[in-house]
Write a protein that binds this ligand. Structure first.
Ligand code: MTE
Length: 300
């Protein structure tokens, strides 16, 4: 199922993935090992070595649990993620409160090894598992008037110390233009390294938009709304001059308080040098056409 990437794919050197593909097979029920192998090969051809499970699950941003990088791993265990219901509403043919399993029913869980670049100028490489958001949206039937997709995170005050302290306004909200949402790179991720999504990473289901800064990749989603107006987004509400709606990774457009030209790869060791940040986080060929004719300094 290497759809849309056929030209880049190599089948070489997939053995390092064997460990978690086996683990995935043991977990059972998850399809798409073929795609995983193929994309694993492609990622390797691009020199993408995933960060360790430890890196990915101990250095997190999830303000519902606190503002330090260690808070999510320390506190997210208390979040209740089963049962999980997602409200789908707005301009869709089949609105409703969907059990997560029903929303995913019949869809193939694929593996995607993506660069992940936080607006704070650190980065990782993450082997996600998930479904294309486009496939979920097709299931619920997007109406012709819809132009944007809005997302909302769960609020569980009893489990979430950051919500109780109101470190920022909650629920955390995000949004995409419909064409961004429908892009084949855009994932609703349900796991990483072949395992169910750890709570600190946004269990049971979170967005992953690899060409945008990490704050667009909203965690623990409980609501997906189709609208005809650009939806509000949490960081834009808090500081609109620093965080735009688009938030595309762009080494040429600095954050007002720091450069975005380079990034620090987590897990690279204390003395590792910074690496250059790539336009659209390295996905320029796939996504640049979405922004043709737009001034990316204005639409940051
Ligand atoms: N989603 C919610 N609900 N709350 C958050 O604080 N932080 C964002 C994003 N999604 C955040 C969120 C930011 S700033 C980043 S960089 C990524 O989650 C971090 O994802 P990770 O912890 O899986 O690396």
């Amino acid at each position: 199922m290497a759809r849309r990437w056929t030209n880049d794919l190599t089948q070489t050197d997939v053995t390092p993935k064997a460990l978690f593909l086996n683990r995935r097979a043991l977990l059972g029920g998850l399809a798409g090992v073929g795609a995983a192998s193929a994309l694993g090969g492609r990622a390797r051809a691009q020199g993408l070595e995933p960060n360790s499970y430890e890196d990915i699950t101990t250095y997190n941003n999830f303000y519902e649990f606190g503002t330090s990088k260690a808070d999510p791993a320390a506190h997210a265990g208390a979040m209740v993620t089963d049962p999980w219901t997602i409200r789908v509403d707005g301009m869709v043919d089949r609105p409703g409160d969907y059990a997560l399993a029903d929303l995913l029913d019949g869809l193939e869980i694929e593996e995607r090894i993506y660069r992940f670049r936080c607006v704070e100028a650190w980065s990782m490489v993450v082997p996600w598992n998930g479904v294309e958001l486009a496939d979920v949206l097709s299931k619920v039937g997007v109406q012709a008037r819809a132009r944007y997709v809005a997302f909302e995170t769960a609020v569980q005050p009893d489990a979430m110390p950051g919500v109780r302290r109101r470190v920022i306004p909650f629920p955390y909200v995000e949004g995409l233009r419909l064409d961004e949402a429908m892009h084949p790179l855009t994932l609703l991720a349900t796991g990483l390294y072949g395992e169910a999504m750890p709570k600190q990473n946004g269990a049971p289901i979170r967005l992953v938009v690899p060409w945008k800064y990490g704050f667009k990749s909203i965690k623990s989603i409980v609501r997906i709304s189709l609208t005809d107006e650009e939806p509000p987004t949490t960081w834009n509400r808090l500081a609109s001059h620093e965080y735009g709606f688009y938030a595309n990774v762009n080494p040429d457009v600095s954050h007002p308080r720091w450069s975005q030209a380079t990034e620090r790869r987590i897990g690279g060791g204390l003395f590792s040098s910074r690496q250059d940040t790539l336009m659209f986080n390295g996905y320029e060929r796939e996504v640049a056409s979405l922004y043709a004719g737009m001034d990316l300094r204005v639409n940051y």
